[in-house]
Design a protein. Sequence first.
Length: 316
Amino acid sequence: MSMTIGVDIGGTKVAAGLVSEAGAISHKTRVPMVSTGDAEQGFDAVEAAVAAIFDDAPEARRAVKGIGICSPGPLDPMTGVVLNPPNLPCWRDFPLAAATERAFGVPAHVDNDANAAGLAEVLWGAAVGYRNVFYATLGTGIGTGIVFDKKIYHGRTGSAAEGGHVTIDYNGPLCGCGKRGCIEALCSGPAIAARARGMLDGTAHSQILDLAGGNVAEVRAEHVGQAWRQGDALAKRVLEQTAHLLAIWLGNIVDVLEPDIMVVGGGVAELMSGFFPQILAELPAWSIIPRAREIPLVMARYGADAGIAGAAALCG
């Protein structure tokens, strides 16, 4: 049985795992990422993660048909070159796929995490059996991927599907990308925390503040979620407003793509999953497509392992 190795690179870690043809993950490993050294030091971490899997599962050396890698972008998925990611300053125009192929003697493929995670959901996860899929990961940022007929849609230069930077309020808060009112600036984890801090004006009592140790500046999205689960009214308002903004955004996505299914993953997605019925109920108000509400909105199969599964899916 053939296997693949999925490698998930972040600014501080490299996680990797052995992935079966059915998408099952085993022999997971995690090593520190040296992102501030030179290019070779950064690649040493990738080599160490993959080598640890082969050490733990020697039989995999014959079975592995490819290595997939999720790397922060910008990158060129066509050539496997990492261009200039802000949180990986060690790599500038670094040929990551070619270096991996030289090191391990098997084909290597590189893409960003949201594209790859969406493909994993199509092959093995919540979107199995669907042709046209929109995937979003909601967390510290918002990343998206588009998969048509089991193929990632990359666009002309490989930069398509930046759905987290679709503006829904041109007078809205400034996003890290430089635009205003991006959905990432409105509904990411930090944006939810900022919304809660804005509502805690000194007069409203909320368990959110208690969970943050009484310090408004320390409020995080996790506190909002915990307070909501405990029945806190202000936390509920924060998340209802977030769901409303997500409905506006997804209405635009539906009007452009009309996907067969919308799959969401990430920590904020888990928090917002209780509001999926509200989002679907509001969707017709923000989409001109009459049957928008028929499109399923579901949680992704892969949680913390989305990067590993997604990377492995690139080798399919």
